[in-house]
Design a protein around this ligand. Structure first.
Ligand code: G6P
Length: 611
């Protein structure tokens, strides 16, 4: 989704801005632009529809050289993706603005500003900010003061960076609902929507909080909080190079990230397992006390993280005996919710910045939940900062827009939560916990075995390359796994894929089945296997081609129109984690055969910071 980079320095900052944009590319965007206060004393901008590489090429032909600048990657919300709508947006020739988020009252503001004589050149909500700020500057010449008065009139979410040719020694910024971080250099300072954009220039960061306004000069940073009071924000230093991203030997980040799963699952388990039990304090020092009171769990998340929550529901109810509801955040946040007494509110998020999940957490605070827990992959995220308890997944940086290793580490985190709640509340037999802890220790090895089936799955992918629709079936905790498999396939191969609980087949989707609609299913060896086998017969009887990922002990074999891929045997509780792997690989290879942009699929964003 949209990315912001800004810099104020003694050196030419254009290359720094471009590198920052490249580092944010993985988040998904459709156009890019840069505005620089040039050494000629003018504010200039260059924008391109498409990739940052196109902007870079344009800049090579028309270099912008200056010491103050802002840059942006845009993911279209208001107005089509095109150069005219790309940021930065100008008011006149002296003021440039980049914006992440959505301004909900943009129509009313636009009418008012038109009445004041402003002429709009884009369809964006952002352009109203530029003109409103320009209008405010007529009454209040200081840029930060004018920005403070501007944001008071904005409804919605924003991360803003502004430069003015009239005050070329500073960059001003405002945060409300969309993250911003200041990167601190020596005699130079930077701004970005994500610290990853600035890791090439600094390792010291200051995170803006909700409502903050910042004035960033070469040698100073001034921050005002939501009440207009001067505040100090903590400086955080990063020393490790762990976030450096490259594809290594892999053709795509997604494939690399799929193959990282044994290692990151191992890391997510580290220091969290005792000899025969889960270490509850992994969720924080107050976790045991809070968990002892939990009688219900409400999980809220989006996309892939929501599917992880759906798997957890099966675990929480069957292992810990705790009722659990799971809902997508965009629904939960706008619904009148009845909260059962002693309900733990759990959010799941790779990024910790997903707008709907964050808003749901904020609403939940007013609703009388017992407490909140975030299962998240980014320790410095808003979600983590605003939750009572946290379990960090240790997936490392995930670049592929389609989430893979974040999902399996979330599942591990959720199983640790289930076992912890069962342990603290005495609803889980110690013997069962000990056995599952043992199985968790073996999980990285099992995942490695599943990954070894890579070439077999690559072959199976050929069946899908010319298809337009696919059905994924699963039963029990494998139903959300089927949903995640369908989501992966549609995200990166653009093949329409739908998931159904296998038992629902006869209630509609069977009407679609013919020899042009392959059906994928996951079949661990559990008490639902025989029922699943009958469902598969129903598909075969209608000429549907079957791809079945089946437990090696399930006694299923290839037949006409049936392709069985044997999976290593695994304890049924952990099966959802293992069976996710072949479905990820299947989507990956189908997408490669179709020649799509695997790591940055069209129209999608890695981190959805607007609703
Ligand atoms: C976007 C991403 C998905 C992700 C979802 C939720 O749609 O493309 O991969 O699952 O957001 O993101 P989160 O960071 O909250 O897990």
């Amino acid at each position: 989704m949209c990315g912001i980079v800004g810099a104020v320095a003694e050196r030419n900052i254009t290359a720094i801005l471009l590198e920052g944009l490249k580092r944010l590319e993985y988040r998904g965007y459709d156009s890019a632009g840069v505005a620089v206060f040039t050494n000629n004393g003018t504010l200039e901008r260059l924008r391109r529809n498409g990739k940052v590489a196109e902007l870079e090429q344009a800049l090579a032909g028309e270099p912008l050289v200056g010491r103050l600048g802002i840059a942006h990657t845009r993911w279209a919300t208001h107005g089509a993706p095109c150069e005219r709508n790309a940021h930065p947006h100008f008011s006149g020739s002296d003021l440039a603005v980049v914006h992440n988020g959505i301004i909900e009252n943009h129509e009313a503001l636009r009418e008012r500003l038109k009445g004041l004589g402003y002429v709009f050149t884009s369809d964006t909500d952002t352009e109203v900010i530029a003109h409103l700020l320009d209008h405010k500057l007529k009454e209040q010449s200081d840029l930060a003061a004018a920005l403070k008065s501007t944001v008071k009139e904005l409804h919605g979410a924003y991360g803003l960076a502004v430069i003015s040719a009239k005050q070329p020694d500073r960059l001003v910024a405002a945060r409300s609902g969309s993250p911003l971080v200041i990167g601190l250099g020596l005699g130079e300072n930077f701004l970005a929507s994500d610290q990853l954009a600035l890791r090439q220039v600094t390792d010291r960061f200051m995170y803006l909080e909700e409502g903050d306004i910042a004035e960033i000069r070469r040698d100073s940073v001034h921050i005002w909080d939501v009440n207009g009071q001067t505040v100090e924000r903590e400086t955080v230093q990063y020393r490790d190079g762990a976030e450096a991203a490259d594809k290594g030997e892999y053709r795509h980040y997604m494939l690399k990230e799929i193959h990282e799963q044994p290692a990151v699952v191992q890391r997510t388990l580290e220091n969290r397992l005792g000899h025969d039990h889960v270490l509850v304090q992994a969720f924080g020092p107050q976790a045991a006390e809070l968990f002892a009171k939990v009688r219900n769990v409400q999980i809220v998340a989006c996309g892939t993280s929501y599917h992880a929550g759906m798997v957890a529901r099966y675990w929480l109810e069957s292992l810990a005996g705790i009722p659990c509801q799971v809902e997508v955040a965009s629904e939960f946040r706008y619904r009148k919710v009845v909260v059962q007494p002693d309900t733990l509110f759990v959010t799941i998020s790779q990024s910790g910045e997903t707008a709907d999940t964050l808003a749901a957490l904020r609403n939940a605070k007013e609703l009388g939940f017992l407490g909140s827990l975030a299962i998240c992959n980014v320790g410095i995220s808003s979600l983590v900062r605003e939750s009572d308890l946290t379990l960090l997944t240790q997936a490392g940086r995930e670049i592929g827009v389609a989430s893979t290793k974040a999902f399996t580490t979330q599942l591990v985190g959720l199983l640790l939560l289930t076992l912890s709640l069962g342990q603290v509340r005495g609803t889980l037999e110690a013997g069962v916990e000990a056995q599952l802890v043992e199985e968790l220790r073996r999980l990285p090895t099992r995942l490695g075995e599943a990954l070894a089936m890579d070439t077999t799955i690559e072959k199976v992918a050929e069946l899908f390359a010319d298809k337009h629709h696919t059905l994924f079936l699963g039963r029990g905790a494998q139903f959300p796994v089927a949903m995640e498999g369908a989501l992966k396939l549609k995200e990166i191969s653009y093949i329409h894929a739908e998931a159904y609980p296998a038992g629902e087949l006869k209630h509609g989707p069977l009407a679609l089945v013919d020899n042009d609609m392959p059906v994928v299913t996951v079949a661990p060896n559990n008490e639902l296997l025989e029922k699943l086998k009958s469902n598969l017969q129903e598909v075969r009887a209608r000429g549907g081609e079957l791809v079945v990922f089946a437990d090696e002990q399930a006694n299923m074999s290839d037949g006409e129109g049936t392709h069985v891929i044997n999976m290593p045997h695994i304890h049924d509780v952990l099966a959802p984690i293992l069976y996710t792997i072949p479905l990820q690989l299947l989507s990956y290879y189908v997408a490669v055969l179709k020649g799509t942009d695997v790591d940055q699929p069209r129209n999608l964003a890695k981190s959805v910071t607007v609703e």
